[in-house]
Design a protein around this ligand. Structure first.
Ligand SMILES: Cc1cc2nc3c(=O)[nH]c(=O)nc-3n(C[C@H](O)[C@H](O)[C@H](O)COP(=O)(O)OP(=O)(O)OC[C@H]3O[C@@H](n4cnc5c(N)ncnc54)[C@H](O)[C@@H]3O)c2cc1C
Length: 237
């Protein structure tokens, strides 16, 4: 399979970068093709703006998604976006590898999402969730964070990690049609021992080697909704 690792960490020696390297080595060792988009190393521009289009369908008023839709058809989107989009369309599995920043993704990765998940290709009209433009591809979110695992979950001080990842897992990856695998999380990374970090690397490697057995998370399917996207069946009270 073709694998794209989208990596967002400013320090090449970071533990998050070690997870990236391990994923690349492990998957290549299994005979998969791996590409890495190292966003900081590439100095990726994370700002969606009018400069992303060499010509505009509407030069007077920027509607970014509409310009994406027209621009991608006409070959008018910025070269760095087109390059990333080509990698994305090539991939069967996309791994998003990053440290949690403010209950979310680093701005660098958010910018990659804003610019590369191009309207008209990845989603648009009623092409979302299981009908999204990236249906058939898998997504794995691999993240590091500072908090301890007992601080996350129902009733815990920060609440469930799934809640803070919702904009990414549901609002982005499931929305564009990807099959979203359960995230891999390395907790409390800066504060644990070297050995404990090595344990995370070992469990990540085992997880990657058994990826075929992973059961994807569940998200809405358009067949469960009517033409106006009202649910066909109300959930049981
Ligand atoms: C802006 C910002 C917002 C944040 N928001 C949150 C938040 O909302 N919630 C939260 O919980 N945390 C948050 N954090 C903390 C952040 O998520 C963690 O600091 C980060 O995930 C730790 O991972 P790292 O790769 O940066 O670790 P690093 O600090 O790079 O590495 C930790 C240690 O691992 C060592 N290491 C490197 N490679 C290896 C290896 N192969 N084997 C063993 N050890 C190795 C490094 O030398 C270092 O000593 C935030 C941090 C920032 C900067």
């Amino acid at each position: 399979m073709n694998v794209l690792i989208v990596h967002a960490h400013p320090e090449p020696q970071s533990f998050t970068s070690a997870l990236r390297d391990l994923a690349a080595e492990t998957l290549q060792g299994q005979g998969h093709q791996v590409l890495v988009s190292d966003l900081y190393a590439m100095k990726f521009n994370p700002v969606a703006s009018a400069e992303d289009f060499s010509e505009r369908a509407n030069p007077d008023y920027l509607v970014y998604a509409l310009e994406q839709r027209e621009g991608v058809k006409a070959g008018r989107i910025a070269a760095d976006i087109q390059t990333e989009l080509d990698k994305l369309l090539w991939a069967d599995l996309v791994i998003f590898n990053f440290p949690l920043y403010w209950f979310s993704v680093p701005a660098m990765l958010k910018g990659w999402i804003d610019r590369v998940l191009v309207s008209g290709v990845c989603y648009g009209g009623k092409r979302f969730y299981d009908q999204g433009g990236l249906a058939g591809k898998k997504a794995l979110v691999t993240l590091t964070l500072g908090g301890r695992d007992h601080m996350f979950g129902e009733g815990a001080i920060h609440g469930p990690l799934e809640d803070m990842l919702r904009p990414l897992l549901r609002g982005t990856l499931a929305y564009v049609g990807m099959e979203v695998l359960p995230p891999f999380v390395a907790w409390h990374v800066p504060y644990i021992s070297y050995e404990a970090r090595q344990d995370f690397l070992r469990s990540y490697q085992a997880r990657l080697q058994g990826l075929e057995q992973d059961v994807a998370l569940e998200f809405p399917r358009l067949e469960q909704f009517d033409e106006r996207l009202y649910p066909l069946q109300r959930p049981a009270q």
